[in-house]
Ligand binder design. Structure first.
Ligand code: PLP
Length: 225
C-alpha cells in the first residue's frame, strides 16, 4: 500500500526544490485519496474526465485548484468553465474558441495551455509548432478576450529510452522560450507543463515549470473499461 501523505511530502519538496509546481493527477481515485493528499498540503489536482472532475469539485474542499489534463470536448467546456483553474489540453482552435465563449458567459478569463504534439506516437493529441505559430499571428487569436494562454503542455513518447524523452522535452522547452520571448501583455506564457510519473525527473532537468504526477503518488490505476 502506498502512503499518500508520504508521497505528497516527498514529491512536493522535490518538485518545488526545482522551482516547479506539482499537480497531483487523481483520475480514477476515490475522494478519500484526494483528501489524504489535501491533508498533506496538496492543493493542485488534475483530472482527465469532465464528469469526474465536476463531481470531485462539488464534493471536495473549495480551495482546491482544479486542472483539466485530458482531451476535452467542446460541448463539455460549460461544465468546468465556472471553476477550472487551468486547462492543459487545448488541442484545437475550435476548442479554444469554445472556452473563450464560456469564459465570457461566466465572466472569467480562463487559463489554458496549448498542447503540443512532441511524441512519436500518432495517438497523442496536440498542435504542431507550425500550427501554433500560425494561430498566434491570426485574427482568431486577437479576438479572444476570455482565455489567457498561459503556456504549453506536452507528453513525451512512452519509452524507457531517456535520450528520446530528453530530446522531446528539450525541443518543447526551446519552443516555449521562443514564444515567451514574444509575450503579449494579455498572454503571459509562464507555464510549461511537462513530466509525469515516469519522466518527471528528466522534465525538471529540462526546464519544466509544472509536473503532472499520478500513479507514483496514488498508486497504479485500475481501469474498468
Ligand atoms: C494520467 C495523466 C498523467 C499522470 O500519469 P502518471 O503516469 O500516472 O503520473 C499526466 N498527464 C496526463 C495528461 C494524464 O492523462
Amino acid at each position: 500500500m502506498i502512503n499518500i501523505h508520504e508521497s505528497i511530502s516527498s514529491y512536493s519538496s522535490e518538485v518545488s526544490g526545482s522551482g516547479a509546481q506539482l499537480v497531483a493527477i487523481s483520475k480514477t481515485k476515490p475522494d478519500e485519496d484526494l483528501i489524504a493528499a489535501y491533508d498533506a498540503g496538496q492543493r493542485h489536482f488534475g483530472e482527465n474526465k469532465v464528469q469526474e472532475l465536476c463531481g470531485k469539485y462539488e464534493r471536495l474542499p473549495k480551495d482546491i485548484q482544479w486542472h483539466m489534463v485530458g482531451h476535452l470536448q467542446r460541448n463539455k467546456v460549460k461544465f468546468i468553465a465556472p471553476f477550472v483553474h487551468l486547462i492543459h489540453s487545448v488541442d484545437s482552435v475550435r476548442l479554444l474558441t469554445a472556452i473563450d465563449k464560456e469564459g465570457k458567459k461566466f465572466g472569467r478569463v480562463i487559463n489554458v495551455l496549448l498542447q503540443v504534439h512532441i511524441a512519436k506516437e500518432e495517438t497523442k493529441f496536440g498542435f504542431s509548432e507550425t500550427e501554433i505559430k500560425a494561430f498566434l499571428t491570426s485574427e482568431d487569436f486577437k479576438s479572444l478576450t476570455h482565455v489567457r494562454i498561459a503556456g504549453l503542455m506536452g507528453m513525451a513518447t512512452n519509452t524507457k529510452d531517456a535520450e528520446v524523452v530528453t530530446h522531446e522535452f528539450k525541443q518543447l522547452k526551446s519552443f516555449f522560450d521562443e514564444l515567451k520571448a514574444a509575450n503579449s501583455p494579455l498572454h503571459t506564457m509562464d507555464t510549461l507543463s511537462m513530466g509525469m510519473s515516469g519522466d518527471y525527473k528528466i522534465a525538471l532537468k529540462e526546464g519544466s515549470t509544472m509536473v503532472r504526477i499520478g500513479s507514483s503518488i496514488f498508486g497504479a490505476r485500475n481501469y474498468v473499461k
